[in-house]
Design a protein around this ligand. Structure first.
Ligand code: LFR
Length: 482
């Protein structure tokens, strides 16, 4: 008898509902719905169209057929605010909105970066929830708010009426104490964030209750908390053999790191801007955000808006024919974060750092992929150095696993084999946590990973040409003084 569960996986560019059928030794995944996620700028602020996304989820759940449970994961850091009646106060703001500009410095004046890091262990990214809340302080909306719910928690709340904050995603707020795993009330108090906004925490595997009858999806379906941060589900979905692995969860972002039992809260770790995000089963996702395929997605969007008829297949084919590591940028340059003309920004950065300026779409594509591979190298090496965890292999999961050129370049740059896949690691990690909570599989994280290895298609890339990457890395370090 197999158990069917629905995994809702919301990404920055689209949302998916997948149905997984799980047995002791079997696991298959079918996509039942896919819908666009198109942010909307309203009165100068970039928002998520959350009701459209919720509707996509509902349609997907209706198309899913009978399932025992639903689990929801999405990107991190963003939230909706509810009033005292539980009504949503406006559309959630997109983390790429510029309202958080300059806020990190403002927070640093209240709580030093060293204090903030030793409490939370979270990477300093300008869009973390903590900065979004400080940016919103004094607003009528925040004053009227009774509750804050992260995106997946908000969807779960609409489905069940239960307001809880799942811990893997809660850790990305930069308001959680990395040692206790609870909200840091001290931090919250010092920044003037009302502690009453923060819901009780729940964990992957917790039952959140049945879907409410008036939601209009099949009766009796339960909502189960999963690693509701998509990266937490993706890391749970990494088909690793033991613990000597690094991962690159590669989509809009590349999340690069290792899995640990304990956080690394050292000064060196802070300076390297590494995060200790909460993982499934009490693990620590020790990782750094690398700008990721966003740079390519946004370039493609720019070219199309300029009337160019580009396709990803052609770009990747043409880019693969160009010389490796000829022109590289640091993808972590904050200039690449907001939406807008990406090719122009890449050209500017190249001019600034003395790199050859890539002019046409294939050359720019090549520059992006080479630059990402080098950033993967830096992050893997830093993760190993700072955590003391040795690695023999890199698991590259998520949509980026489709991109053979990026996988090969990552193997070359990291001087390690890359095992690519599953593409749907996030949905698989989401589904396995549900299946386990329902008793359909009886496996720890390593057992779940063995099931993934046995059932999912993986591709292996051995490092071939490592010299070009090494010299480009050395060049970039000098040019960007990283
Ligand atoms: C990936 C991701 C990253 C997070 C970024 C913004 O989809 O969740 O882990 O840093 O989106 O939320």
């Amino acid at each position: 008898m197999s158990t069917a569960v629905a995994a809702v996986d919301l990404g920055a560019s689209n949302g998916r509902v997948m149905v997984a059928r799980v047995e002791r030794d079997r696991l298959d995944l079918t996509e039942v719905a896919r819908f666009e996620n198109v942010p909307v700028r309203v009165a100068g602020t970039l928002h998520w169209d959350i009701l459209r996304l919720y509707d996509g989820v509902l349609q997907g759940l209706r198309a899913a057929g009978p399932v025992a449970s639903v689990g929801i994961d999405s990107w991190a850091v963003d939230y909706g605010l509810l009033d005292a009646d539980g009504r949503l106060l406006g559309n959630p703001v997109h983390y790429r909105d510029n309202r958080t500009e300059g806020i990190m410095a403002k927070v640093a004046a209240e709580v030093t970066p060293a204090q903030l890091y030793s409490t939370t262990g979270i990477q300093f990214l300008p869009f973390n929830t903590i900065y979004q809340l400080v940016a919103a302080s004094g607003s009528a909306q925040l004053a009227a708010a009774a509750r804050l719910l992260m995106i997946p928690d908000l969807i779960a709340y609409w489905l069940t009426g239960r307001a809880a904050s799942e811990v893997t995603n809660a850790s990305t707020t930069q308001l959680l104490d990395a040692r206790t795993g609870d909200w840091s009330l001290d931090l919250v108090g010092r920044l003037g964030i009302p502690a009453t906004l923060l819901p009780e925490l729940c964990r992957p595997g917790d039952d959140l209750g049945p879907v409410l009858p008036d939601v209009g999806v099949a009766d009796g379906v339960r909502v189960t908390a999963v690693g509701s941060h998509d990266t937490a589900s993706a890391v749970a979905g990494v088909p690793a053999r033991g613990d000597r692995f690094a991962y690159v969860s590669c989509g809009t972002w590349s999340l690069v790191g290792v899995e640990l039992d304990q956080p690394v809260l050292t000064e060196d770790s802070r300076l390297a801007n590494f995060s200790n995000e909460a993982g499934v089963d009490g693990t620590v996702r020790y990782l750094r955000n690398v700008m990721g395929l966003w740079m390519l997605q946004e370039s493609v969007r720019t070219w199309r808006s300029q009337g160019m008829n580009v396709t990803l297949t052609d770009l990747l084919r043409d880019a693969a024919r160009l010389p490796a590591f000829f022109s590289v940028v640091d993808p972590d340059d904050p200039t690449f974060l907001p939406p807008g003309d990406m090719p122009a920004r890449i050209a500017d950065v190249c001019r600034r750092t003395g790199e050859p300026v890539p002019v046409d779409p294939p050359a720019i594509t090549r520059c992006i992929l080479d630059s990402l591979a080098l950033a993967h190298r830096r992050a893997v090496r830093d993760a190993v150095r700072l955590s003391g965890r040795d690695v023999d292999v890199i698991h590259l999961v998520g949509g980026g696993a489709r991109n053979a050129l990026l996988c090969q370049l990552t193997a070359d740059a990291c001087e390690l084999p890359v095992e690519a896949g599953p593409i749907e690691a996030g949905a698989l990690g989401n589904a396995l946590v549900q299946a386990r909570a329902l008793g359909a599989v009886d496996r720890d994280l390593f057992g779940m990973r063995a099931l993934l290895r046995a059932t999912q298609e993986l591709r292996r890339f051995e490092p071939v040409d490592t010299a070009a990457a090494r010299s480009a890395d050395a060049r970039l370090r000098v040019r960007t003084t990283r």
